[in-house]
Write a protein that binds this ligand. Sequence first.
Ligand code: GN1
Ligand code: MG
Length: 360
Amino acid sequence: MNNTDLITIAQQFAFEGQIADIKPLGEGFINDTYILHTAGDAPNYILQRKNHNIFPDVPAMMRNIERVTRHLKTKVESAGGDARREVLTIIPTKQGELLHKQGDDFWTMSLFIEDSTTHDKATSPRLAYMGGKAIGRFQSLLADFDEPLAEVIKGFHNIRWRFEQWDNTLAEDRVGRVETVASEIAWIEARRERMLNFWRMVEEGELPLRVTHNDTKLSNILFDKNDDVLCVIDLDTVMLSTSLNDFGDAIRSYTNRGAEDDNNLENVGMDIDLFRAYTEGYLSERKETLTQVEREWLAFSALYITYEQVLRFLMDYIDGDRYYKIAYPTHNLVRTKAQQRLLESMEEQYGTMQEIVASI
Ligand code: GN1
Ligand code: MG
């Protein structure tokens, strides 16, 4: 996307000040993100092209985000907080719309939160604790949210639906890779029933549906310069699910000693101290509101989501890499193997994980 086009798109939005420059920002796997710097004292902004191949109804997604941020702002303000720093602020178009459509693309703008940073790695238990507290609080603030929310990606963390996609992808074998990943496929199949048994509790209402974030990796939290939490960002997948998925996905991201796509598997493994710290942070906000069953299955949710992630990376590899952005041809396979190793490390430490949850 060239700069003149970006400027034309940005000018559709009702932001303050004059554009100084627009530059790419961050490394999301799905959307394209830019930062718009303004001249002088006016605030800076985030301009984003939402991926409409992945989000089939971008307007519905933006309505979700608008409703949820409106609710959060009211809560933060009544607690005496600064809503423009603690909650994502959507900047509408000059016509008052939540997005600007240009050709097939959907563009959105939000306020950039100054003096904020993100982290790719939880370098200390304190950072993990703060992240856990942030998601716990996010869920708590939304506990009484009662407006409708669209399901922005069908069956996003629903493993029964993922298996339907999986079975079809394997049967289709679009690019002839099935045979080359036979052992990874067997690894998935060996755990299928155990994962379906977990999801059955959601289907049967034993695990309640709540408003959840659904993409709680560390880089989706903004910290200030003291590494206190400012704001939970990337609300694209806010919808109804089990609270446990937010916890589990965060454990997958925070506690990994290696990278999500590490090709040295010796680097990969779950750091149990970071698990403890995240869990303490999360439960400091959710201890009173989780049901007994939620608490019992909290540790398992990390295994569940990591498994789902293995399945999604491998399925995308088999499907010819059509979902995730990749940096090289075997990227999704490398991600698969690294996440497999991470799950095995969780399986080895599952007893300790359960003891930690029970002890808090
Ligand atoms: C994607 O967009 P991003 O990078 O925050 C994905 C998550 C995965 C994650 C893996 C909508 O998140 O579900 O867990 O990559 N988001 C979507 O890093 O599929
Ligand atoms: Mg995302």
